[in-house]
Design a protein around this ligand. Sequence first.
Ligand code: ADP
Ligand code: ASP
Ligand code: MG
Length: 471
Amino acid sequence: MKTLVMKFGGTSVGSVEAIDQATDIVLEHAKQWDRLVVVVSAMSGVTDALIESARTAVTEEEEEAFRGIIADLRARHHDTIEALLPKDNEREKLLSTVDNLLDELGAFCHSIHILGEITPRAMDAITGMGERMNARTVAAVLRHKGGKSESVDATRLIVTDDKHQNAAPLMDKTRARIQEWLAPMLESGVVPIVTGFIGATEEGVTTTLGRGGSDYTAAILADCFDADQVWMWNDVDGVMTADPRMVPDARVIPILSSSEMGELAYFGAKVLHPKTILPVVQRDIPLWVKNTFNPTAPGTRIVREVKENRGKIKAITAIKGMSMVTVEGRGMIGIPGIAARTFAAVASQGASVLMIIQASSEQSICFLIPTPMTPPVVKALEQEMERELARRDIDRISSRDNVVIVTAVGAGLRDTPGISAKVFGALGKADINVIAIAQGSSECGLSLVVAADDAVDAVQQIHSQVILNGG
Ligand code: ADP
Ligand code: ASP
Ligand code: MG
């Protein structure tokens, strides 16, 4: 029994033409696989608009300002549905379901406006609506084209913890739900169109898996079905040597190992959600990244291990919006526990640390966190180190905003001589200053920090001088 899980991202189901194309792809592959599970995102830009509606409800004084955003969403979904489906009962039912969801959104925004705040829980209920509207639309178009298909809200399938906006699946419970709800559908030859991005707590409260989380939904379903393959349909020909928006001559990488992909995703390559890799790799399920608008292109294949091209830099990525926090002072030398206390204080604020640098003199510890976390983290550190600061064992806790982590990725970089020379040579030639460096904790990544103004240049230089020169 061969099972394929496919996910269509926002642009792949973001317009009349895209939905038409995506549904053709589904129908073609439904014939070739015993079981096909499809995950869809919201139409591109819809999740952003939903967030904007909630924010507007809080910030705008005029009570009904959010209504304009909802009206645009209604028009976009109506226009799409009307262009894709003939006027009949089924279409009317779909339009009224979309209207009901958007009315619900209006009611949420109205309460948010009165309360003057958005809880993470309310935000999850709101942001998940894009997927709920779109899964229904895609399933209806498939039925219209002669397929057997039904939409399924993942709130019924994916049981998560209650960490709203970044929920984690409870896999055993999820597996049981999937057996109960999805397996019978597949047995009867129906292609389920599952909402990406969302789940629900055991009590049934909607949660989301984090921005870009539809990839993760597909990975969770693939894990539960022990799928044979996972295909992520995108608007690019595969995973590329760099973000094509930043580097126009970026090229498609035909094959990547899961740790290389993990490193790329973690350090900002938006093409796959970082959490996608683990469940798929643990089961050794081959994963493909493909282009909806160029479906015959081979795409990128991600597998557990790649033997060729070890020690070559295959891709370069950048993660923006970072701040570098430094704890420094000569009195820190040799005092045990400073690092532990530093990171405990950081963790107390829920900040995730992307990179850590400590020189051997122990006079300072530097680390990188997302900029919005900087004020609470610095405050927590000042409180934690109050005594050391008073005694001048620690001179200062400072932060620098507007920095970017640039990461060069390739298996075996740690064990290959000359890698740093290539990277720093390229940056030196272009007169780009490197603020900090980290290598070695991962065998396939070399990360460095540059000023935000230098980031694009740094990525382009490493791309043209190192990657296009054979890595
Ligand atoms: P989807 O909505 O289909 O999930 P995303 O917008 O989340 O699509 O991710 C795809 C986008 O990721 C591409 O359009 C591309 O601009 C961007 N991207 C960033 N880095 C890379 C990379 N290394 N390779 C391919 N695409 C990348
Ligand atoms: N629609 C969600 C987002 O924009 C999830 C996704 O597209 O993967 O973040
Ligand atoms: Mg995405």
